[in-house]
Ligand binder design. Structure first.
Ligand code: PMP
Length: 412
């Protein structure tokens, strides 16, 4: 059977909405269109019922109570609400003063955590951005060393979106509970793919997003623990008082129904899907690293998501590699910021050099990928790298055994 091009291998960026999810959403645009806040008629009640069901579906996926789920527009908003909401609520000094409390996070979090953390820094909070080790895994010991008497909040992502590494989240949660510190985790890349239980795993606040789990874009959730400890947040969006006052605004009913349906499917299919994707990822990685020399897999080899790999290719230029493989949608190790190509701050954070960061690919597999696509991509990537290296004089020198890092280039 042939392969349909282009191939989509960028499921960590976003996923296709599962047709079963779309089907569940459709009636909520045109038939059940009431405002769940309309408590005095049946249109409102029907919408509220749908939102309640979705809340239950989301809660079940992560082991929470339905009252602990706050619907948002996605993980970016959830992270903002968690960090700013908790810091401002538990600040040890009023706004306008210095040293209002201490926050611990990590330098390779998603920007949706880093930027709110930097905002809080400007508001007078002290923030520690933990530097990751070369394998990218943030451990309990690293967090423990950073904790202070005035630490309010720790925010450590469950799995990294670029390299898929899995942090010691349950252990960090246990530490935070021992010390009376609130623990938030950005679980955007984790939830729906890996078993999650906020009670067992000691989570106080957890961010998730619909579009990473085969649900719609523009909807997500924040889990907010209600018991032992009860976590309070200062709202960012104020208004009608929806979502227990944590997040005002008329609810996105079709989106929420879609998120609920997506969670339900993940719950049912997670185990078999994980096994299938792991086998495909391993084949892809083994073939690429076996058939090419001078390649490296970035991040910890065991502690990482089963459907993702991040590989750097020596002696090829990043942009040329992307061009040569453009029938396969993948992410590169460069982020286009304005006009320039910046190497990924995540890879740089692990100590990967600029050249290797530029020439790296993040390949993230998903529910709708097939084994044929994997085989096609292996051949296409191997061929592209070989071809680019044929044009590389540095690669020739390397093949001759010359260490090019030691060459004294002649200056003219
Ligand atoms: N956190 C992580 C780890 C992510 O991967 C993403 C999406 N790239 C986000 C947050 C932002 O999610 P959303 O698009 O739902 O705002």
């Amino acid at each position: 059977m042939g392969v349909n091009l282009p191939i989509y291998f960028d499921n960590a960026a976003t996923t296709k909405c599962d047709p079963r999810v779309v089907e569940a959403m459709l009636p909520y645009f045109t038939e059940v269109y009431g405002n769940p806040g309309s408590r005095n008629h049946s249109f409102g009640w029907a919408a509220e019922e749908a939102v309640d069901r979705a809340r239950q579906q989301v809660a079940r996926l992560i082991g929470a109570d339905r009252k602990e789920i706050i619907f948002t527009s996605g993980a970016t908003e959830s992270n903002n609400l968690a960090l700013k909401g908790a810091a401002r609520m538990y600040a040890k000094k009023p706004a306008g003063q210095e040293h209002r409390g201490h926050i611990v996070t990590c330098a390779i979090e998603h920007k949706a955590v880093l930027d709110p953390a930097k905002r809080l820094q400007k508001e007078g909070f002290d923030v520690t951005f933990l530097e990751p080790p070369a394998d990218g895994v943030i451990t309990r010991a690293m967090v423990e060393e950073a904790l202070r008497d005035d630490t309010i909040l720790v925010s450590i992502m469950w799995a990294n979106n670029e390299i898929g590494t899995i942090n010691e989240v349950p252990e960090i949660g246990a530490l935070c509970h021992e010390r009376g510190v609130i623990f938030h985790t950005d679980a955007t890349q984790w939830v729906g793919k890996m078993p999650t239980d906020v009670v067992r795993d000691n989570i106080d606040l957890l961010s998730m997003s619909g579009h990473k789990i085969y649900g719609p874009k523009g909807v997500g959730a924040l889990y907010v623990r209600r018991r032992r400890p009860r976590v309070r947040l200062q709202a960012i969006a104020e208004g009608g008082g929806q979502e227990r006052g944590f997040r005002s605004g008329t609810l996105n009913v079709p989106g929420i129904v879609g998120l609920g349906a997506a969670c339900e499917i993940c719950m049912q299919e997670m185990d078999s899907e994980r096994e299938r994707l792991l086998a495909m990822r391993n084949r892809l990685e083994e073939q690429i690293t076996g058939r090419l020399d001078t390649v490296q897999v970035n991040g910890h080899r065991e502690r990482r998501l089963p459907h993702l790999t991040n590989i750097s290719f020596g002696f090829v230029e990043g942009e040329s590699l992307m061009m040569a493989t453009k029938e396969i949608a993948m992410s590169s190790g460069s982020a286009c910021t304005s006009a320039s190509l910046e190497p990924s701050y995540v890879l740089k954070g692990l100590g990967v050099g600029d050249d290797l960061a530029h020439s790296s690919l993040r390949i993230s597999l998903g529910r709708f990928n097939t084994g044929e696509e994997v085989d096609y991509a292996i051949d296409a990537i191997v061929r592209a790298v070989e071809k680019l290296r044929e044009l590389s004089p540095l690669y020739d020198l390397h093949k001759e055994g010359i260490d090019i890092t030691k060459i004294q280039w002649q200056a003219h």
